[in-house]
Design a binder for this molecule. Sequence first.
Ligand code: BES
Ligand code: ZN
Ligand code: ZN
Length: 483
Amino acid sequence: MIFNFKEENIDFINADFEIILIQNKNLEKYTQSQELFKISKYKGEGICIDMQNKILYSELKSLDYEDIRLAFANAYKALKKLEIQSIKTKCVVGQCVVNSFNAMIQGFTFGAYEFDKYKKEKTQGKLENILISKDEINGKTYNIEEARIGISYGQIFSNACDFAKDIVNEIPQIYTPAKMAEDATNLSKNDPKISCQIYESDFLEKEKMQAFLAVNRASIHPPKLIHLSYKPQNAKMKVVFVGKGLTYDSGGLSLKPADYMLTMKSDKSGGAAAMAIIKGASELNLDIEIHSIIGATENMIGGNAYKPDDVLISREGVSIEVRNTDAEGRLVLADCLSFAQDLKPDLIIDLATLTGACVVGLGEYTSGIMGNNEDLQNEFFKISKKSGDLATILHFNPYLKELIKSNIADISNTSSSRYGGAITAGLFLNSFIRDEYKDKWLHLDIAGPAYLEKAWGYHSFGATGAGVRMCLSYLLYLSRNKK
Ligand code: BES
Ligand code: ZN
Ligand code: ZN
């Protein structure tokens, strides 16, 4: 998609179609389509297409960024079915110019995204050219430079999300740990500011990553530990992202029921997000050193599989009683978090489709933010709210910690209670965080929003790129506000 910001009045711009945003359901303003509104019983909600005048009306519920995203995504979804190549639109400026333009671009690109690789009939049309007039829908004046920055941020954020979505949507037959390593390598080849190191099984053995290795054991595909780094010269701090890269989670010997196994190609969403974030951060030219550590493996069954009752010695030296092989993500993350702390970061953020309990507790739209540092969680939450990624804080407490005690090892990989599973999983990870990093760590459980079986908002079916926008927004915030 090509976005062209034109410092011109909308009437002087030529395009196949125009988008007009309807605010407050105020239809009187649009005299030329009054008749059409009446015939189609349009009340100012949703979408209405005037084929004669080549206008698409889309409702803008408010100037909130999320409503800006929705208005343009809905417009694009309707327009892509038509045989048109270009559209023009006025812009919308809400609270902040940069965020508003960023949201507008996200709306278009999210509206356009579809994973149709395996379909003979593609639904994607030819609509590529988006012409944005400097005219603001309410005649608001704003700084043109900020608008241009917002458009470029929007493209970077959206491309990063598309990048993550393509990884997550790809089928498990093709998307193996080796493929994930290949994608990471290509990311570094395409961007000279990013470097990539792939570690194989022998390295994991040498590093004593027995928890990670156990999860991989029954898979015919060797595990990969992926380390991407972006090191700008003027870096003011170091942030490490850790991603759960389960290219397939069958549950292992504690096998998932058929209905629950379906969609488990999406268990690599945390890893995909960690890759997308470093890509976006480099394109934003952030003055922050960033690392992405991804533990890529499958969780399968077989004679060689790790078992409930096994005890694993993790890289941190903490012994883990395996009580359920389907709680595999925390095992992989335990060793990856250990590796990540050796990089001496100022902040560690892990992203994982970690628990079904998080989906039950928060619903399918929202991620859980966990950690020990309330100020950090609150700050992250505040930034996430504007990003389009929905998230909420889940607080730790010492009573839940009791539930992951083991009789034969230092810790159990499952809780002794059915309740509070998202937090007990977070607490499990917390026991692999060294004292000096306790307050510098955030855990994001993205199990709910990472993959959709039913489209909602401006998201289409399948992967959503959950976590990418909130983390990129937080990095931008850090870059502007710290030291
Ligand atoms: N990958 C799943 C969590 C998940 C569930 C992600 C639904 C996305 C949608 C994870 O590995 C898992 O199976 N967790 C178990 C843990 C349990 C055995 C303690 C779960 O949540 O049921
Ligand atoms: Zn699992
Ligand atoms: Zn899993």
